[in-house]
Design a protein around this ligand. Structure first.
Ligand code: 3PG
Length: 203
């Protein structure tokens, strides 16, 4: 099993996190881990993100990665902050090569067959299907997966507690990603409950 496959098989849902204030980071990670979601994707969309990764890594059991990594500079910054895996919304050759060179588990986004073929050329076989609902939903993923039997996916973008079971029932889907488990302004109690519901999703 590849290291990123191991990350993907850890929990049915990878929370996609946007953290505005580093003070929120540790309580948020504690709530998610307490609810059973241990793989945490901190998106590099806010100035607090790198410090949030550092803060969340202090929480026992948390596996903290960086998301929205779009270039080599961000890759280096994320690894420097201790990111244990890297998620990107799409796949470029420079980012893919740098991620592979670094040895960090890497989950790049794909939305079409050409993207998957570029990833396979680099030696990758696990991808984020993004944006999952906008890119055609389950029919699109089924059609894309058919010619690439060995490829596995983490659909993300428009996934909810309600539609997640349909995605997780598909063979090539190892997990899904979503922001619904950590709404901005949610209390730790609310987030722990959302995490529990997500962690209980069957795969
Ligand atoms: C992502 O960056 O992966 C998406 O913004 C998450 O999508 P969602 O907010 O629809 O879950």
């Amino acid at each position: 099993m590849t290291p990123i496959e191991q990350v993907m098989r850890t929990a049915p849902v990878i929370p996609v996190l946007v953290i505005d204030d580093v003070a929120e980071a540790e309580p948020l990670a504690r709530a998610l881990v307490a609810g059973g979601l241990t793989v945490l994707e901190v998106t590099l969309r806010t100035p607090a993100a790198l410090d949030a990764i550092r803060a969340m890594k202090k929480v026992p059991g948390a596996i903290v990665g960086a998301g929205t990594v779009t270039n080599e500079k961000q890759l280096d910054e994320a690894i420097g902050a201790g990111a244990e895996f890297i998620v990107s919304p799409g796949l470029t050759k420079p980012l893919g090569k740098a991620a592979i060179r670094s040895g960090v588990p890497f989950l790049p986004g794909i939305a079409n067959a050409g993207d998957i073929m570029r990833g396979l050329d680099l030696g990758l076989s696990e991808f984020k299907f993004f944006p999952a609902m906008a890119a055609g939903g389950i029919p699109a993923l089924k059609a894309l997966a058919a010619p690439f039997g060995q490829v596995r996916f983490c659909p993300t973008g428009g996934i909810t507690l309600d539609n997640a079971p349909e995605w997780l029932a598909l063979d090539p889907v190892l997990c899904v990603g979503g922001s619904w488990v950590a709404p901005r302004g949610g209390t730790p109690e609310q987030i722990e409950q959302l995490a529990k519901d997500a962690a209980a999703l069957p795969r």
